[in-house]
Design a protein around this ligand. Sequence first.
Ligand SMILES: [Zn+2]
Length: 64
Amino acid sequence: MSNCKVPCLYCTTENEDTAKTCSNCGMELPDSHPHSGDYRRKRFKWGFWFTVIFCLVMMAYLPR
Ligand SMILES: [Zn+2]
């Protein structure tokens, strides 16, 4: 993605990733520091595999 917008967790308003708080509701935005990108990617990867495994388990359990 070319533009880095950070969606607010509370009101889903998109803020610049340099902003620390939401421009709409003033709540703290999720970390947007450069080094947190790795952590987020890692977490996304784990979430992805968890979803895949969850789907496989569900496919095995649920009758077709
Ligand atoms: Zn907000």
